[in-house]
Design a protein. Structure first.
Length: 150
């Protein structure tokens, strides 16, 4: 995918996330867009009330078309089991080939583990695309995790 395409699809994921702000507590509003051969095959945001997560909803829409797709996600896919299983594992099981993430998740239960799982499974990973925009959308969520201090 070209840089222009990556930006366009991440902007779409950010728009999905923006549409859920104030409705997804206790979870942040995350957007996920799945793209295969330049075409969106699934897109969603975190559901009202925080579940299901954006990734699993987008995967359900895409079905088998997710195999070989690129996932554009506004926050690192979760890597822990809570009410639902880890989104990183769901993305791996779907057969995506690439994951582009705007912002790493500072939650200690994730904090790089979601991306590490994807890389270990052979998924190409890029992080930081539109990071500032994603950070602005998630300021309330991010405030729960204070920066480490010396």
């Amino acid at each position: 995918m070209s840089r222009t395409g990556d930006l366009r699809f991440m902007d779409a994921a950010l728009a999905w996330a923006r549409s859920g702000i104030g409705r997804t507590a206790p979870n942040p509003s995350v957007g996920c867009v799945l793209v295969k051969d330049g075409k969106v095959v699934g897109a969603a945001r975190t559901a009202d009330g925080g579940r299901p997560h954006a990734e699993t909803q987008a995967l359900a829409i895409a079905g088998d078309a997710a195999r070989g797709a690129t996932a554009y996600v506004t926050l690192e896919p979760c890597a822990h089991t809570g009410v639902t299983g880890p989104c990183a594992d769901a993305l791996i099981a779907s057969g995506i080939s690439r994951c582009v993430v705007a912002l790493l998740d500072p939650d200690p239960r994730v904090d790089g583990d979601g991306l590490a799982r994807l890389v270990e499974a052979g998924v190409a990973v890029e992080a930081g695309l539109r990071e500032d925009e994603a950070r602005g959308l998630k300021s309330e969520f991010l405030s729960r995790f204070p920066a480490p201090r010396p």
